[in-house]
Design a protein around this ligand. Structure first.
Ligand code: ADP
Ligand code: MG
Length: 249
């Protein structure tokens, strides 16, 4: 069965929807029966204690991991069986938690990688410039990625994930290890992407960062959706506080 044969309800569909999404690693339920719905234009933050299943959930959505059960719908279309590459072509992209830049390559060469298969040779230099400019990396185009400051390396990763103008961009801890100033700038990049029409699903621990970007927040706990609401609702929720305290946060 192809994805197009299972198309349902495209007109009224959320940009992204998961239904009963589940991932089991041996006896461990890393993601447990998750129903998630993200509307076009949203900036959704995904929070939760360490080991809650946040990274696994994003990997299931982007197609890096296969679910044990459940489905992923994108624009109303069942994409559960599509490869990560095919999902990227449909406009779904992700920056992973573990660094994926090529340290020995220049900043420009790194951005060349996601674009090379999709953009004609004639247009690629202009596309790379445009991407680098959006993340204030044009002056560093010739710098080896390993020689960048930590913050710039993270921005390069986001730039690589954003290079193909995705409609839905998943960011796993984009502000990890950043200074306050770098974190603020990352929030600015997130807003700029959103202004350009990109819907974002962002995992982040830094609550100030979450507050500065989130239109809505989903809390994951032991693989399950524990709470959902505005940042104010989530911060005031005593049950949410309890799960964080239980983890020693
Ligand atoms: P989070 O991102 O919320 O910290 P993860 O999604 O990384 O959580 O992990 C959720 C749980 O699944 C953890 O207990 C983790 O150890 C486990 N896990 C994650 N990836 C794997 C894997 N590839 N194999 C086995 N267990 C895994
Ligand atoms: Mg994680």
């Amino acid at each position: 069965m192809t994805a197009s044969e299972t198309t349902t309800d495209v007109a009224g569909a959320a940009l992204l929807r998961t239904e009963g999404l589940t991932k089991q690693f041996g006896g461990l339920m890393a993601v447990d029966d998750v129903d998630l719905r993200i509307e076009s234009g949203d900036i959704r933050c995904l929070i939760g204690p360490n080991g809650a299943g946040k990274s696994t959930l994003l990997k299931l959505i982007v197609g890096q991991l296969e679910p044990s059960a459940g489905q992923v719908f994108y624009r109303g279309e069942d994409i559960t069986d599509l490869s990560q590459h095919d999902r990227a072509r449909e406009g779904l992209s992700m920056k992973f938690q573990v660094p994926a830049v090529y340290g020995d390559l220049s900043v420009r060469q790194n951005v060349h990688i996601p674009l090379q298969r999709e953009v004609s040779r004639r247009d690629i230099d202009a596309e790379i410039d445009e991407t680098l400019e959006s993340f204030d990396l044009l002056d560093e185009a010739g710098t080896r990625a390993d020689d960048l400051a930590h913050g710039q390396q993270q921005w390069l990763e986001i730039a690589m994930a954003a290079a193909l103008d995705p409609d839905l961009l998943l960011l796993d801890e984009p502000a990890a290890g950043m200074s306050v100033q770098e974190t603020e700038r990352t929030a600015e990049y997130v807003h700029r992407l959103n202004d350009r029409g990109v819907t974002l699903l962002v995992i982040e621990h830094d609550i100030d960062f979450v507050r500065s970007i989130a239109q809505s927040v989903t809390v994951l706990h032991q693989g399950e959706v524990f709470a959902e609401g505005t940042i104010d609702e989530i911060e005031d929720d005593p049950e949410v506080r309890r799960i964080y305290l239980g983890e020693g946060h």
